[in-house]
Design a protein around this ligand. Structure first.
Ligand SMILES: Cc1cc2nc3c(=O)[nH]c(=O)nc-3n(C[C@H](O)[C@H](O)[C@H](O)COP(=O)(O)OP(=O)(O)OC[C@H]3O[C@@H](n4cnc5c(N)ncnc54)[C@H](O)[C@@H]3O)c2cc1C
Length: 488
């Protein structure tokens, strides 16, 4: 059933459930469906409407005070039914074994669970994301000839829009009640302050409803999971789960640094426009760096038009025959010869406690303090970026596939890295750790110190891996759903 809390009467709304879940993005919807299939009665809350509304989206307003990137706080996430899946791009890939290892050089513990724990839910996640488990393909069919890199494997979801896909299922469901225009504004606690007793949820008339359950899950996205927990400071003044000052810390993104350009040879590898490489797991361990995908994409050769077309083409071809003339031309214009390309990237960020989400003084319409995002990049991140650039160029030269011209800031550490780019993959603000000193949730995604409050989404990632996060978010959410259904 789908219920609009804007028009619901307090007296007519059911208030008791097995599990209350807030957030209808990939994480919240996945947990809810697993529980419903196991016979649990679930309330699923969505702050927005079925479609985009400015009143809901404005609750995401906040301030970005650290390294700036494309409106990270407001528009890199969507606040309506289906969440940010309403504009995700659908690239799916999986974390490597090395991503789950304890990489001590990161300075914080890594994942407290294994890759196998997560991958138990691979088939289910593929079906949810409308991808075939056999569709993960390397970016080229041949075997990579070098030792330090390998072709990266990925596939594309249509992309699945979770709200659209599951609307009818929820409408017909006798197990899941979806409440829209239902904003979670507080989690009430028992007298011992070690368990939740209700979700306080408000509609846009600011009318309060209280929903009770045995277990509670927040799945609000990385920035908002931290914001909500920090705002729940009426009964515990640090905010829920923040007894060790870890909520909001270790905010991570994936960098998209432009490493420079390359000139391809005539190998058939380049026929389809480009390749994507991952560093080998050995290289990551040996150099003590993060994981990544490096994309070598061939530019399309600019077409010439008009009466001077033939002359322009002849000049371009002549310049391209000479390395020195090509270099001179590049000093003046963005000059491409056939087979030239650029190297872009998706690079893992170090979990860094100083890179964080915290609360500002300004409040939203429900009285919740707005976020400040202080995205920080440290020396270890710069080391990962520069090492990968240099090692990729060396590998290309070794196997003779292309000549790489690295950006000056890769080779010269005295020059600042020009832009860190973005992928809108927000992670890490309620990290998973067995030791509460280094994280907010345990390996079952239960908030340390609280019996029945759980967190879903990429905010629980202890490290961010070198690939897109949503497949892993969905696998972890499946795992959480089964844990909640099985646990007494
Ligand atoms: C432009 C873009 C492209 C992307 N492309 C890719 C890609 O190719 N591959 C990939 O793996 N990932 C991609 N991502 C990331 C992907 O979208 C996220 O990983 C995914 O949406 C996270 O799911 P989630 O459920 O944790 O959070 P969200 O999808 O953000 O869902 C959070 C939900 O919580 C609700 N909510 C928030 N606060 C409240 C509240 N107080 N009360 C009630 N409800 C609330 C929101 O309305 C929303 O429904 C992309 C992201 C962006 C922005």
């Amino acid at each position: 059933m789908i219920i609009d809390l804007n028009s619901a009467q307090n007296s007519s709304v059911r208030k008791q459930y097995d599990v209350c879940i807030c957030g209808t993005g990939p994480a919240g919807i996945t947990v809810a469906r697993v529980l419903a299939k196991q016979g649990k009665k679930v309330a699923l809350f969505e702050g927005g409407d079925l479609e985009y509304s400015e009143i809901s989206q404005s609750c995401y307003d906040g301030e970005s005070i650290g390294v700036q990137y494309w409106d990270a706080v407001r528009t890199a996430r969507l606040r309506f039914f289906g969440g940010t899946s309403n504009h995700w791009a659908g690239r799916c890939a999986y974390f490597d074994e090395v991503d789950f290892e304890q990489r001590h050089y990161f300075g914080l513990p890594g994942w407290p669970i294994t890759r196998a724990d997560v991958f138990q839910h691979f088939d289910a996640a593929c079906s949810i994301l409308d991808i075939s488990k056999d569709a993960f393909q390397a970016s080229h069919k041949s075997k990579w000839k070098g030792n330090n890199f390998r072709f990266s494997e990925s596939t594309l979801s249509p992309p699945t829009r979770f709200g659209t896909k599951y609307y009818s299922e929820f409408k017909e469901s006798s197990k899941i009640d979806v409440y829209i225009n239902a904003n979670l504004t507080n989690i009430s606690l028992n007298d011992n302050h070690d368990a939740a007793t209700s979700f306080e949820v408000r509609n846009y008339s600011n009318q309060k409803f209280f929903f009770q359950a045995r277990k509670y899950v927040i799945a609000l996205g990385s920035i908002e999971n931290a914001r909500l927990l920090l705002n729940c400071d009426k009964q515990v003044n640090t905010g829920i789960g923040n007894q060790n000052d870890m909520v909001g810390r270790c905010f991570m993104e994936h960098f998209n640094v432009n490493f420079g350009r390359f000139i391809s040879d005539d190998s058939p590898i380049w026929q389809h426009g480009g390749i994507q490489l991952n560093p080998s797991e050995d290289l990551i361990r040996k150099m003590q760096i993060g994981n990544a995908v490096l994309s070598f994409d061939i530019n399309s050769t600019p077409a010439s038009y008009g009466r001077l077309r033939v002359l322009k083409q002849t000049i371009r071809e002549s310049i391209c025959k000479s390395d020195s003339l090509t270099d001179i031309s590049r000093n003046f214009v963005d000059f491409d010869c056939p087979g030239d390309g650029i190297i872009s990237s998706l690079i893992e960020q170090t979990p860094n406690p100083d890179s964080r989400v915290f609360l500002g003084a300004e409040k939203d319409m429900f009285g919740l303090r707005r976020v400040k995002l202080d995205w920080k990049i440290n020396a270890a991140d710069n080391k990962t970026i520069r090492t990968l650039g240099i090692e990729a160029a060396k590998e290309m030269a070794r196997i003779g596939l292309s000549r790489v011209q690295l950006a000056d800031f890769i080779l010269d550490e005295s020059i600042d890295i020009r832009e860190y780019g973005l992928h809108a993959h927000q992670m890490g603000t309620t990290r998973m750790s067995e030791d509460p000193k280094y994280g907010v949730v345990d390996k079952n995604l239960r908030i340390h110190g609280f019996k029945n409050i759980f967190v879903a989404g990429s905010s629980v990632f202890p490290t961010g891996g070198g690939t897109n996060p949503t497949l892993t978010v969905v696998m972890l959410s499946e795992r959480l759903g089964h844990h909640l259904a099985d646990e007494h």
